[in-house]
Design a protein around this ligand. Structure first.
Ligand code: ADP
Ligand code: MG
Length: 318
């Protein structure tokens, strides 16, 4: 017999993750949270639709990881400490094999990042749709935003760029059929590393931040527009993984590819030493890729020439 709605919630979506700030979790009409004193709540929601954001027949454990990690990345981009999340799930059926694997992925990720599942909604529909809303806490007034970049700031990137874009060509191929590099790209696509702790350490040090979900060109442009500044970046300095280096399109993937969920942030030159020390402390590779300028627009230098960059990030309705 197929599992019912409430049994399903009880079996697969209770007791996932933990946070000491939750007074009431899954099971009532609302959850109750007491945020830490003197903190603001940071809230963000993202929807993943089957065959738009992940392959409908993909591994449910990895799909859960990707869904929660991409939301955690938004908390990181603000410098927030993860607190709790809700999950609205639309399923074509109550396939327990799918649910068990999805729940397993969600639980592992929630434990890793200290975030608790406190509620949600479960509905039947024509295809899988996964909506996760995350909540985090930030000491009053200390959030990293897109609007604080200043002329003269250095632009930094964590990790490497373009790997998740490279994975798009192999999404439907079974792992066993992929070589080492292709497996690495797929792992970067499904289990990106939101820079949660490092980003919190940048509060009061970085002037602006964004996570790279749509691609560096698109997301850095958001910082530039919100901060009323421009930027010059060095194409040769873009951080590219060893696996991606041999790819013909490596630089284009790094510049425009989405789904890497790395952090792009800017900070005054006087802060560079401090930032380098923090990156070492958290064992996070960071790369300076350019500088903020007064004149608007994003420009890239390659072989000594300065070229305007047109952002080509993914948008749903154009
Ligand atoms: P209501 O009808 O009051 O909206 P529901 O019947 O939708 O409540 O859900 C019952 C309880 O289970 C609620 O506490 C809700 O937050 C929780 N819940 C429902 N679906 C999920 C889910 N996918 N993950 C976590 N909690 C869920
Ligand atoms: Mg409901």
């Amino acid at each position: 017999m197929a599992i019912g709605e409430f049994a399903l919630i009880e079996k697969y979506f209770t007791g996932i993750g933990h946070s000491s700030h939750i007074d009431l979790g899954v099971g009532d009409d609302c959850a109750l949270i007491t945020p830490p004193a003197g903190h603001q709540l940071a809230i963000s929601v993202d929807t993943l639709v089957a065959d738009v954001h992940f392959p409908a027949l993909g591994n449910p454990e990895l799909i859960a990881q990707k869904a929660l990690r991409s939301n955690l990345s938004d908390l990181a981009a603000m410098g927030a400490q993860p607190l709790a999340f809700t999950l609205a799930l639309t399923l074509p059926n109550s396939n327990e094999k799918w649910l068990a694997a999805f729940s397993r992925g969600l639980r592992a990720c929630a434990q890793e990042f200290d975030i608790a599942l406190i509620g949600g909604d479960t509905t039947r529909g024509p295809q899988h749709v996964i909506t996760i809303q995350v909540m985090g806490s930030i000491p009053n007034g200390s959030a990293l935003t897109r609007s604080g970049a200043n002329v003269g700031d250095i632009i930094f990137i964590t990790g490497t760029l373009g790997d998740a874009r490279a994975a798009l060509d192999y999404l439907s191929t079974p792992m066993q059929k992929l070589n080492k590099a292709q497996q690495f790209f797929l792992q970067r696509y499904y289990t990106p590393t939101p820079r949660v702790q490092f980003a919190q350490s940048l509060r009061g040090i970085a002037n602006s931040a964004i996570d790279i979900s749509d691609g560096l060109s698109a997301d850095l442009t958001h910082i530039l527009e919100r901060s009323n500044v421009g930027a010059q970046i060095e194409l040769e300095n873009l951080p590219i993984s060893t696996a991606l280096k041999i790819h013909n399109d490596a630089q284009q993937f790094a510049l425009h590819g989405g789904d890497d969920y790395e952090l792009c942030f800017t900070a005054a030159k006087s802060r560079v030493e401090e930032i380098t020390a923090l990156a070492q402390k958290f064992s996070i590779p960071i790369t300076a890729i350019g500088e903020i300028f007064k004149d608007s627009g994003l420009f890239a230098r390659a072989n000594g020439n300065l070229q305007p960059i047109i952002s080509a990030g993914y948008t749903h309705f154009s």
